[in-house]
Design a protein around this ligand. Structure first.
Ligand code: PLP
Length: 424
């Protein structure tokens, strides 16, 4: 697990003891390795630098739905990343982290008035437009604000990609993007509009895309379309080729970054546009672990259950996507192995992190990490069962810092309002 090291049979985060973190901040707590995030960013940037000409280097816009803690955003901003956002909240976080608005792209099928206004006020790089009504709405708002909105049109390439049906976004039946015809209609409509400026296309086929050929298949749809659009006199100066790069949760075969970069070089570069990419999971997924404590070891006739103090509200991926996350004890890592079902306390059978997991024997009170939890972990956490959101810690070499405190019960409960007419 990158950023996490095993020494003398104990797992630590960089030079920081996980036991110390648990003692000081309690559990469950998310821990992210700054080193790992930097390493991933440099690996992706490096693969592109090697394969693509200097003047065609992509702008890497971190898709912060994966992990939007402002400390994570600040780290990425500091090393030259741009930002992909899907909401006004993410825009606000990005601006707070110091991102240049010209490096921010706004995506999503349901952009609302307030977020379009906020993006126009900030002066973002572009809106990735997903439908004709959205185009009309952006034009209308920009007109009211006396601004011109830079837009690119998201092509739905009808290519299946993504590690799970729920995170595949490039099939014809998915809600995302426009068909090639739709893109033509959007460009044609935009000709009649004064407050949008069409600049190109975007594409994003899904997340955790294992089938690396899917990227090539999707990219291959672009040259003909770009050629046809240009023949009609439409501007195609930008191509946003999305995210979706997979990470290793278990024993998956990783994307060959060099092969990916070669497709970008062979298919995208000849189209002579600016290039944007939107990696999310790849940059942060394996930087993180969810540190949790064993509440009980419950042995029944059929199963051994490890009941953790983390639950599906803290990390929903296993139950939502049937996702695999490795689970490991922090100490006694070479104890004899035992088979467990690893579960949380929530009253649903779906609150299960892993079934039939063979791991070194653990006891009540022991610390356990759920690995690869840096992406779509905290950012998808909820207050289900009135459980406070976990704390978040960033580790960088020998130093660590609390980057978000554990939510308090008052934070949650004080939001509820009992109507006066119910009070006696
Ligand atoms: C438009 C868009 N871009 C980028 C991403 C990031 O995907 P990933 O985290 O797989 O790189 C997503 C994920 O849902 C997305 O919808």
């Amino acid at each position: 697990m990158a950023g996490f090291i095993e020494k003398k049979n104990i797992l630590s985060a960089g030079g920081v003891s996980l036991e110390d973190i648990a003692r000081e901040h309690g559990t469950p707590t998310y821990i992210y390795s700054a080193d790992h995030i930097r390493g991933q960013f440099e690996a992706l940037k490096g693969a592109m630098a090697k394969a693509l000409p200097k003047n065609k280097q992509p702008l890497l816009c971190y898709a912060c739905k994966a992990n939007s803690n402002v400390a994570v955003l600040s780290l990425l901003n500091g090393i030259g990343s741009g930002l992909e956002i899907v909401s006004e909240g993410e825009l606000r976080r990005g601006l707070k982290a110091g991102f240049d608005p010209q490096k921010i792209v706004s995506t999503g099928v349901g952009k609302q008035r307030s977020e379009i206004e906020a993006c126009l006020n900030a002066g973002i790089r572009q809106f990735n437009v997903e439908s004709l009504p959205e185009l009309e709405f952006i034009d209308k708002i920009a007109r009211e604000m006396k601004k011109k909105a830079p837009v690119v049109f998201r092509l739905n390439p009808d290519v299946s990609g993504g590690g799970h049906s729920k995170i595949s976004t490039g099939r014809k039946r998915d809600k995302f993007g426009l068909s090639a015809d739709g893109v033509f209609r959007a460009y044609t409509m935009a000709k009649t509009m004064k407050n949008v400026e069409p600049l190109g296309l975007s594409i994003h086929i899904g997340s955790q895309v294992f089938d690396v050929k899917a990227f090539e298949k999707a990219f291959a749809k672009l040259p003909a379309l770009v050629g046809d659009l240009r023949k009609e006199g439409f501007t195609v100066a930008r191509l946003d080729i999305g995210g979706g790069f997979p990470i290793q949760y278990n024993d998956e075969k990783l994307l060959d970054l060099d092969a990916y970069a070669a497709w970008v070089r062979d298919i995208i570069v000849p189209l002579d546009t600016e290039i944007v990419m939107e990696p999310g999971r790849y940059l942060v997924g394996n930087s993180g672990a969810l540190l949790t404590k064993v509440l009980y070891v419950k042995e029944t006739q059929d199963r051994n259950f490890l009941v953790l103090d983390a639950a599906m509200n803290d990390l929903i991926r296993p139950t939502l996507y049937e996702a695999y996350h490795a689970i490991e004890p922090v100490k006694n890592r070479n104890a004899a192995k035992k088979v467990y079902d690893v579960v949380g306390p929530v009253c649903e059978t779906g609150d299960t992190f892993g079934t039939d997991r063979e791991i070194p024997e653990v006891r009540e009170g022991d610390l356990v990490v759920i690995r690869s939890a840096g992406a779509y972990g905290f950012s998808m956490a909820s207050n289900y069962n009135t459980r406070p959101l976990p704390a978040e810690i960033m580790v960088d070499g020998d130093q660590s810092a609390l980057i978000r405190p554990r939510q308090s019960y008052n934070d949650i409960i004080d939001q509820d309002i009992v109507p006066a007419w119910l009070k006696r």
